[in-house]
Design a protein around this ligand. Sequence first.
Ligand code: ADP
Length: 325
Amino acid sequence: MPAEPALEVRDLVVAYGRTTALCGVSLSVGTAEVLALLGPSGSGKSTLLQAVAGFVVPSAGTVRLGGTTVAGNCRPVPPERRDLGVVFQNYALWPHLSALDTVAYPARRRGVGRPQARSEARAILERLRIAHLADRKPAELSGGEQQRVGLARALARRPAVYLFDEPTAHLDTHVRGVFLAELVARQREAGAAAVYATHDAEEALGLADRVALLSEGRLLQIGTPQQVYDEPVDLFAARLTGPASLIDAPDGGGTVLVRPGWARLGGPLEAEVRAVWFRGPHSDHLVAGPLGELLVREPGPPRHPVGARVGWTLLRSWPLPGPTG
Ligand code: ADP
């Protein structure tokens, strides 16, 4: 028999009074797998995590952790008895504990002696590059620093499943990259699963093994980052995962979706440059021609000014299955 998924959610419905926040969501996450939940604000990402954690009770459906039903039967398993590491937006740190003792706490609870727990905690702080904060209490930490300590504590927990709700919202871009790499490395080492909610497409695509797209409490699509980016099920899913242009297919075969990297400047098709953005490692040209308007991304600085007549080449396109209006 195949191993049980670390987490399985089936036909989950959650309502807050008259608002249905989740409407029949089913998905599963394997051991050592990272699933990103990507959706706009209000799409139900937090609610899904809260239901898995046991902080909200679903009105229908089931939640199973490692093959055990924790919600959806007569008596839900309380949050503290679910083997989870939870990092939510309001990462409550204990005001009286230093960062070091905060991160040492999960090991202490497992029965590890204080010197050993502290030395493990110090190692985690070092890996996350926040060893210099070890002796500070929450009141002496900035929002971003508190968030990093909260994450370090979750990493120290060694649960079967991690739940992250926008855990990098307060972090600067450069810290974020290092941090996410460390987070994923450690989680995989420990063989834990992770569900990572974010509204940041780049973060979701870069981090996850699979991405689940949520809209208005429903699961729109689930697949590898490349599947959801290259083959979106509809225009909404396409826009959720990155920039997308809709143009007429050059062969007259209807409307197709084109990602910015799927066209290049120079070539047989005609257009005029409408706008140009320098974005550091690459630049975007918005061009318009007989087939419509599209964004073309190329490495390096912009090559053409606004108003220039340019040729372009379509390298690939995707015929959207859903309505394109
Ligand atoms: P996301 O995490 O994707 O931003 P949420 O799960 O927080 O989305 O919210 C999903 C929907 O449920 C939204 O319409 C939101 O307004 C509603 N909602 C969330 N929490 C509550 C609550 N405690 N009471 C009432 N409505 C809520």
